[in-house]
Design a protein around this ligand. Structure first.
Ligand code: SF4
Length: 294
C-alpha cells in the first residue's frame, strides 16, 4: 500500500487515500483519523474492501464498483502507514497512541472476515490500538465467524423499523431481516459479553415518524442494546430516492431516553473533508485544495 494523498480539516481530522500500488490507482481506499476531543479518544476508521457490493443508498462507497477484498497485509499496512504519518505530524497527542481502530470505512467487514481476522491478530500483537471495533449491516452467511474475532464493541446498522424500509436503504439480499438481525446480535451479546450498538440513521420522511419511534421501542431490547441515532451526512443523490437529514433526532433521543433506553446522538466529524460516515469513496482529489496537505 502507498499513501497517495492526505487532507486535513480545520479541527485536525485527517483523511488518507491509500492505493494498493502506484500502477493501479483503481484499487484505492480511504481511511479517516479523528483526533482526541471532549467526545472521544483518537481513533482511526479503516477500510476492508475496494468499493462495496452492498450498495446502501446513503453511502458513497456503495455507488462504486466493487473491486474485491483487501488482504490482511493490506489492511495492516493501511494502519501502519496512517499511524506513521500521524506520529510524524504529532497528531496522536501526548500518549502517542490510537485508542481505537474501527472497521467502518469502505466495504462491508462481514464480507471479508477472514482477512480482517488476520489483521486484528496483528493489531493486538503489535499493540497498534487499545480497542478494535466493527460496524456492519449484518450478513447472514458469515455471522458465526464473528465469534472468532476479539472485538471490543460491534455496531449493527438497523436504520429502519420495517423490512420494506430496510430493503430500500440496504438493498443486499445477504443481510439479515430486521427481526433476525436483532435476535442474532442479542444472542451474540449474551454469549460474548461484547457491547452491541444499534445504529439508526435518521432520514426525513423515511424512518422518523411517530410510528417508527413506537416500532423502534418494540424491536430493540433496551437491556441488550445501545441505540445510536445518526445524522445523515451529505452524499450525492441517487435515482428516485430523496435523502434528507431528519429534524426529529432530538425528539427521538428524548423519547427513547425517557423510556429507559441507552441512547446516543451522533453527528460525524470530518464532513468538510468528506470524511464522515457514508462519505468515503476513494476519490479524494475533488476536495478543495485548501484541505490538501500531501
Ligand atoms: S454503508 Fe458499509 S455496507 Fe453499506 S455500501 Fe457503505 S461501505 Fe458498503
Amino acid at each position: 500500500m502507498i499513501i497517495s494523498e492526505v487532507v486535513e480539516s480545520d479541527n485536525g481530522s485527517k483523511k488518507y487515500l491509500l492505493s494498493a500500488s502506484d500502477s493501479d490507482l483503481r484499487k484505492s481506499v480511504e481511511s479517516t483519523f479523528f483526533k482526541h476531543t471532549e467526545q472521544h479518544l483518537p481513533y482511526l476508521c479503516i477500510s476492508s474492501q475496494y468499493g462495496c457490493a452492498v450498495g446502501c443508498v446513503f453511502c458513497e462507497t456503495g455507488r462504486q464498483k466493487p473491486l474485491g477484498n483487501m488482504t490482511t497485509e493490506q489492511i495492516v499496512q493501511q494502519v501502519l502507514l496512517c499511524r506513521e504519518h500521524l506520529l510524524n505530524s504529532g497528531s496522536l497527542g501526548d500518549n502517542q497512541e490510537l485508542n481505537t481502530i474501527l472497521f467502518a470505512g469502505m466495504g462491508e467487514p462481514m464480507l471479508n472476515l477472514k482477512e480482517i481476522s488476520g489483521a486484528v491478530t496483528e493489531f493486538k500483537s503489535q499493540s497498534l490500538a487499545n480497542r478494535v471495533t466493527l460496524t456492519s449491516v449484518g450478513i447472514r452467511h458469515t455471522a458465526d465467524k464473528l465469534y472468532d474475532l476479539p472485538l471490543d464493541t460491534i455496531s449493527i446498522s438497523l436504520h429502519a423499523t420495517t423490512d420494506e424500509q430496510r430493503d430500500m436503504l440496504i438493498p443486499s439480499k445477504a443481510k439479515f431481516s430486521t427481526k433476525d438481525l436483532l435476535e442474532y446480535f442479542a444472542a451474540y451479546h449474551q454469549n460474548t459479553g461484547v457491547p452491541v450498538i444499534v445504529n439508526y440513521l435518521m432520514l426525513e420522511g423515511i424512518n422518523d415518524s411517530q410510528e417508527d419511534l413506537a416500532r423502534l421501542k418494540d424491536l430493540v431490547d433496551k437491556d441488550t442494546f445501545i441505540i445510536k441515532l445518526k445524522y445523515l451526512n451529505e452524499v450525492s443523490s441517487i435515482d428516485g430516492i430523496i435523502l434528507n437529514p431528519s429534524e426529529e433526532m432530538p425528539a427521538f433521543a428524548k423519547a427513547l431516553t425517557e423510556a429507559g433506553f441507552r441512547c446516543i446522538s451522533d453527528k460525524s466529524d470530518g464532513t468538510e473533508i468528506l470524511g464522515g460516515c457514508g462519505q468515503l469513496k476513494s476519490q479524494i482529489r475533488d476536495i478543495r485544495s485548501k484541505y490538501r496537505i500531501m
